[in-house]
Each structure stands twice: as structure tokens, then as C-alpha cells.
Design a protein. Structure first.
Length: 257
């Protein structure tokens, strides 16, 4: 495979997972190459880190943390946050599976969705602030760099885990991705995530924290279990929710440990 083809594959993943104005690929092709999600997580994390360096150097810690969080969603878009809100509404809806799925597909956001958005956004904000406060400018916030990158890769590996172990429902985009994902592709995503995290931890002088890249795996397995019980499977909203929850949980673990 030529380098041009490799770049085109990665470009399709970037256009799908970010707001970077690259040529969008076909959903079928993007789903086939979704094992590259962790690579996009690396690109997102590095981009956010560069922006955060600017904010933390010039602005008070609280404002810098807020602007860093805003930059995350300016770069990645709000589609996964929307999935989190829909997933939460479906989980909290009363009734049988059909009613829960209907609540998840409802275009109006309910109180459960609003609450979940607030919790995730505040967790991200407070964690960014805590990690930023613990850093020193002498080393260009190396620990902050690793935390941001690992949390993004963890989120994308979580999405891959959802695609591998989830059962598609509804026949939407999520089902297309699940159909075109395999054990071999999942293992490739895991290996890529681990190698990137180990390498970055070595240059950032971190110890065991590269292992937090697997947080997304455990978060995803838990969410898939809940989705299977409540909805009978997973869809795009569930995958988006995994991305948001996995990032937040990874950052929380980073602060705690």
C-alpha cells in the first residue's frame, strides 16, 4: 500500500472525528479503517496540548482551563456530546426497550441528558485545572501533555472496544461500523494505543500512567453491558457516549493517582 493511500485512510478518520476541514471519506470506507481511531486521538491530544500551552502561559488558571476545554470541542465537534445526552435520556426513560430507544432517538434533550452533559463537562474542566496547576513551565507541562494525549487515545480505544463487543441495533451508522470491525482490527487498535502511550510516557518521564490508556476499554465494556440490557445493543449514540465518558474517567484517574 502506498503512502498516499495510507494518508487518505487517515485523512478520512480525521475528517470523521474532528472538525478539521479535510476531504471527507465514505462512511463505509471510514468504518473499515476505524482501527486508526487511536492515531486520531494522538493528533487531537497533541493539538489541544499546543493550544493549552498558549492559554496556561497567558491566562489565569481557571480561564486557561475553560478555554482548553472549549478547544477540545471546537476541534472534535459536539456530536459525541449529543450522543452522551441521547444515551442518558434513553437509560433514564421508563418503560420497555422500545420506549427507551424512542427516548434515545428523540431530538429533544431531556433532564437526564442535560445532567450528564453538566457532569462530564465539569469533570473535564476540574481535571484540566488540577493537572495544569500541578505542572511547571520549565518542562513545558510534560505531564499535562501525556494526560491530554492518553485521555484522547483512551476515548478512541473505548470507541473501538464498543464496536468490537457491541451488537448493533437500528441499522444506523453504528451498525455499519460494528459490521466492518473485527478482532484483528481491534487488536491493532489496542497495540497502537499501547505503543504510543509507552513511547510518550518515556519522553515525558512518567511511570505507570501510560496504563490509563486502557481506561476506555473498561468504561466501554461497562457501557456496552448497560446498553445491551436497556436497549438490546448499541448504536452511534452509545459509541459517542463511550468517547465522552472514557475521556473524563481517564482524566479523573490521572488526577487521583
Amino acid at each position: 500500500m502506498s503512502w498516499i493511500n495510507r494518508i487518505e485512510k487517515l485523512s478520512g478518520q480525521i475528517s470523521f472525528l474532528t472538525t478539521i476541514p479535510l476531504k471527507p471519506g465514505k462512511i463505509e470506507e471510514i468504518s473499515i479503517n476505524s482501527w486508526l481511531f487511536p492515531v486520531v486521538g494522538l493528533i487531537i491530544g497533541c493539538s489541544i496540548y499546543i493550544v493549552a500551552l498558549f492559554f496556561f502561559e497567558l491566562l489565569p488558571i481557571n480561564i486557561a482551563s475553560l478555554f482548553t476545554l472549549i478547544s477540545v470541542y471546537l476541534l472534535t465537534g459536539l456530536i459525541h456530546l449529543d450522543g452522551l445526552a441521547d444515551f442518558s435520556d434513553g437509560i433514564m426513560a421508563s418503560g420497555d426497550r422500545k420506549k427507551k430507544i424512542a427516548a434515545m432517538k428523540d431530538l429533544n434533550i431531556g433532564i437526564a441528558g442535560i445532567f450528564s452533559l453538566l457532569v462530564i463537562l465539569l469533570l473535564n474542566l476540574f481535571c484540566i485545572r488540577e493537572i495544569g496547576m500541578s505542572e511547571t513551565r520549565v518542562y513545558l507541562m510534560q505531564g499535562f501533555f501525556l494526560a491530554i494525549v492518553v485521555s484522547e487515545i483512551s476515548a478512541k480505544l473505548g470507541m473501538n472496544t464498543c464496536l468490537r463487543f457491541g451488537h448493533g441495533i437500528g441499522g444506523g451508522m453504528g451498525s455499519v461500523f460494528i459490521k466492518n470491525f473485527s478482532t484483528e482490527k481491534y487488536l491493532a487498535a489496542v497495540l497502537i494505543s499501547l505503543l504510543i502511550s509507552i513511547f510518550l510516557s518515556l519522553i515525558s518521564l512518567a511511570s505507570f500512567k501510560f496504563l490509563f490508556v486502557f481506561t476506555g476499554v473498561f468504561v466501554s465494556l461497562f457501557i456496552v453491558y448497560i446498553a445491551n440490557r436497556r436497549f438490546g445493543g448499541v448504536n452511534g449514540d452509545v459509541v459517542g457516549a463511550v468517547n465522552e465518558i472514557a475521556r473524563a474517567v481517564t482524566l479523573v484517574l490521572w488526577v487521583v493517582f
